[in-house]
Design a protein around this ligand. Structure first.
Ligand SMILES: *[C@@H]1O[C@H](CO)[C@@H](O)[C@H](O)[C@H]1NC(C)=O
Ligand SMILES: *[C@@H]1O[C@H](CO)[C@@H](O)[C@H](O)[C@H]1NC(C)=O
Ligand SMILES: *[C@@H]1O[C@H](CO)[C@@H](O)[C@H](O)[C@H]1NC(C)=O
Ligand SMILES: *[C@@H]1O[C@H](CO)[C@@H](O)[C@H](O)[C@H]1NC(C)=O
Ligand SMILES: *[C@@H]1O[C@H](CO)[C@@H](O)[C@H](O)[C@H]1NC(C)=O
Length: 495
C-alpha cells in the first residue's frame, strides 16, 4: 500500500488551485478523464496553507537603507539614516479568498509586521565646532497591513502556468520605538521616517511575493506530465484545457489514462466523448474527484497487455481434483489416458476485462481460459481448455488514500474450447469450476484489490472524510484534505 506522491513541494501543487482562467477556452477534442472540483471550502484550506507558508518564508526580509537630511532651526543641517532595516515577523490576522469569472483574489485584510533597524544621526553646529552624533536600535511595529494578490493560471502545453496579475501592499500605520542613545530626544525626528519606512515595507513585501509566485510557477512547470504507477504502467497527468472557475468552485482536468511503460505496446483504447457535469452533493467537502470509467478501462488494457494476468494453480481445497483419479467419473478418458497423474490448472485472462461503472458498483466481465495440464513423467501436457466468463460486481472504496475494493461473483458461463480427452459434460464440471472460482480465483482477486490503487494525492496531504459514489460511468470521490500525519487512521478491511 504505497502512498503516491507527486515529487514536488506541496505548496506548489496546492497553489494549482489558486487560479484564474483566461476565459478564452481553447476548443479541443481532448478529454480529461479525471477531473478535480475544488470547492470554496477547499480553496480556503489552500489559502490558509499558503499564508502560513508565506508568513515563514517572507522573513527575514531586508529593506534598503534610508537617508534623510533635515534643516532644524538653531541646530542647522542634521543628517539621519536608518540602516539594517529587517522585517523579522509577519503575522496575518484575517484573510479571504474569492473566486469569480475574472479570477481568484487573495485578500489579506489584516496583517502585522515587526521590524528592527539601526538609526544614526549626525550634525555640526556653529555653536560647537565638533561633529555630534548618536545611534541606536529601534523596533518598528507595523499595524494594519493589507495585501492583495491576484493570480492567473493557464494551461501551457499540458502544464499549469501560474502568473501574478496584480499585487499590492498597503501599510496603514506603524510605530517606531527607539532604544539607546538620546532616544527620548530624537523620537520625533525618527517619526519623520515613518512614510519612507512604510513605503519601503510595501515595496519589499510586494517584490518578495512576486518572487515567491515565480518560484511556485517554476515548481509547477517542473511537475511531470506522466507519473509512474509501478513497473508496468504510467499515469498521464497532463492538464487538459484551462481551469474553469466560478464563484463557488474551481475545476481542473487531467488526461488521467494509464499507459504502458513500454511505449512500443499499442493500446486499442477507444476514447469517446465523456463530458459529464459532476458535483459532490450533500455536506460540503473540499474536493470532488471524478474518475471516468475510461480510466479503469485504460488500466485494465495496460495490465492485460502487459500479460500479468495469468497464474498456475496446483492446489485446491479438494486436492483430489488435482489428480486424474479425482476426475475418474467426470472425464473417464482423462483417467484412462493418464492414470494417477497430477494436474495443474493454467489460468489466463484471455482478453481485456471489461469494467463498466454502474449505479452502485463497477460491473466487471472477466474472460478466463482454464487449461488443464497433466504432469506426465516430468512433462506438462495440456489436455483441455475451458473458457469461463465471469460476471462480477466490484464495490470500490477508499482506504488510506488508495482506491481499493472487493469483488462478488454474480454468475459465470463456461464452454469447452478444445479437448484432447473427449467432450466434457459441462454440468458435471460446473460445480468444480464454481468451487474453484469461489475458493481460489475470487479470494486471489480480492487480495490484489485490497492492496488498492494509490490515488494521486499531494505530497504530505491525503484524503479525509471520504465518500465514494458510483454514478453512471463515473466514480465520484468527495473528500476533505488533511495533512497525512493528522489524518485519522483508516484500516484496510480484511477481505
Ligand atoms: C542587523 O540586524 C540584525 C537583527 O536585528 C542583527 O542581528 C545584525 O547584527 C545587524 N547587522 C548590522 C551590520 O548591524
Ligand atoms: C509585533 O508587533 C505586534 C503589533 O504590531 C505586537 O503585538 C507583537 O508583540 C510584536 N511581536 C514581537 C515579537 O515583537
Ligand atoms: C497524455 O495526454 C495528453 C493530453 O491528452 C496527450 O496529448 C499525450 O499524448 C498523452 N501521453 C501519452 C503518453 O499517452
Ligand atoms: C454565484 O453566481 C451565480 C450566478 O452565476 C449566482 O446565482 C450565485 O448567487 C453566486 N453565488 C455566490 C455565493 O455569490
Ligand atoms: C499457460 O497457458 C498459456 C496459453 O494460454 C501459455 O502461453 C503458457 O505457456 C502456459 N503456461 C504454462 C506454465 O504452462
Amino acid at each position: 500500500m504505497g502512498y503516491y506522491y507527486f515529487s514536488v513541494d506541496s505548496a506548489a501543487i496546492l497553489v494549482l488551485f489558486l487560479v484564474i482562467s483566461s476565459r478564452t477556452l481553447v476548443q479541443s477534442n481532448e478529454e480529461g478523464y479525471i477531473s478535480f472540483e475544488i470547492s470554496n471550502k477547499g480553496l480556503e484550506f489552500v489559502k490558509d496553507l499558503l499564508i502560513e507558508k508565506a508568513e515563514t518564508s517572507l522573513v527575514p526580509l531586508e529593506l534598503p537603507k534610508i537617508e534623510k537630511n533635515l534643516r532644524i532651526p538653531l541646530i542647522g543641517r542634521v543628517h539621519m539614516e536608518v540602516s539594517n532595516v529587517t522585517i523579522y515577523k509577519v503575522h496575518v490576522t484575517s484573510s479571504i479568498v474569492k473566486t469569480g469569472d475574472s479570477g481568484i483574489l487573495i485578500d489579506v485584510a489584516g496583517a502585522t509586521a515587526n521590524l528592527t533597524l539601526h538609526w544614526r544621526y549626525s550634525y555640526s553646529t556653529w555653536l560647537l565646532p565638533i561633529l555630534i552624533s548618536d545611534n541606536g536600535q529601534a523596533k518598528v511595529q507595523v499595524e494594519g497591513m493589507e495585501v492583495g494578490l491576484s493570480l492567473g493560471l493557464k494551461n501551457q502545453q499540458g502544464s499549469l502556468k501560474l502568473s501574478l496579475l496584480d499585487c499590492g501592499c498597503y501599510v496603514k500605520d506603524l510605530s517606531i520605538h527607539l532604544d539607546g542613545g538620546a532616544s527620548w530626544l530624537y523620537q520625533g525626528l525618527i517619526d519623520a521616517f515613518k512614510d519612507k519606512i512604510a513605503s519601503a515595507v510595501e515595496n519589499a513585501v510586494s517584490k518578495k511575493l512576486g518572487d515567491a509566485i515565480e518560484d511556485l510557477d517554476r515548481l509547477l512547470q517542473s511537475v511531470p506530465k506522466e507519473v509512474s504507477i509501478d513497473n508496468i504502467a504510467d499515469l498521464n497527468v497532463t492538464f487538459i484545457g484551462d481551469p474553469k472557475l466560478s464563484n463557488s468552485s474551481l475545476e481542473l482536468e487531467i488526461n488521467g489514462l494509464f499507459s504502458p511503460k513500454d511505449k512500443t505496446a499499442v493500446s486499442n483504447l477507444r476514447h469517446e466523448n465523456v463530458q459529464v457535469p459532476f458535483s459532490c452533493k450533500g455536506p460540503s467537502r473540499m474536493v470532488g474527484i471524478s474518475v471516468h470509467e475510461n480510466v479503469l478501462e485504460s488500466a485494465s488494457t495496460v495490465y492485460f497487455e502487459a500479460n500479468k494476468m495469468h497464474w498456475i494453480v496446483d492446489k485446491l481445497p479438494d486436492q483430489n481434483l488435482m489428480n486424474t483419479a479425482g476426475w475418474k467419473f467426470i472425464v473417464p478418458r482423462l483417467y484412462k489416458q493418464y492414470p494417477n497423474d497430477n494436474l495443474n490448472l493454467n489460468i489466463s485472462v484471455y482478453s481485456t476485462p471489461l469494467l463498466k461503472i454502474g449505479e452502485r458498483q463497477v460491473d466487471a466481465t472477466i474472460p478466463l481460459e482454464v487449461i488443464i495440464d497433466v504432469l506426465d513423467a516430468c512433462q506438462v501436457v495440456p489436455v483441455a481448455c475451458i473458457s469461463v466468463v465471469i460476471s462480477a460486481a466490484a464495490y470500490p472504496e477508499i482506504s488510506s488514500n488508495a482506491l481499493a475494493g472487493s469483488v462478488k461473483l454474480n454468475e459465470f458461463t463456461m464452454s469447452q474450447k478444445w479437448s484432447k480427452i473427449g467432450n466434457f459434460h459441462m454440468h458435471l464440471i460446473q460445480p468444480v469450476i464454481s468451487t474453484f472460482l469461489r475458493t481460489i480465483v475470487l479470494p486471489y482477486i480480492n487480495l490484489k484489490l485490497s492492496k488498492g490503487f494509490p490515488l494521486p494525492i499531494f505530497h504530505g496531504y491525503g484524503l479525509r472524510n471520504t465518500q465514494l459514489l458510483c454514478t453512471d460511468s463515473r466514480l465520484m470521490i468527495c473528500s476533505d484534505v488533511a495533512s497525512i500525519e493528522t489524518a485519522q487512521p483508516h484500516l484496510v478491511p480484511v477481505l
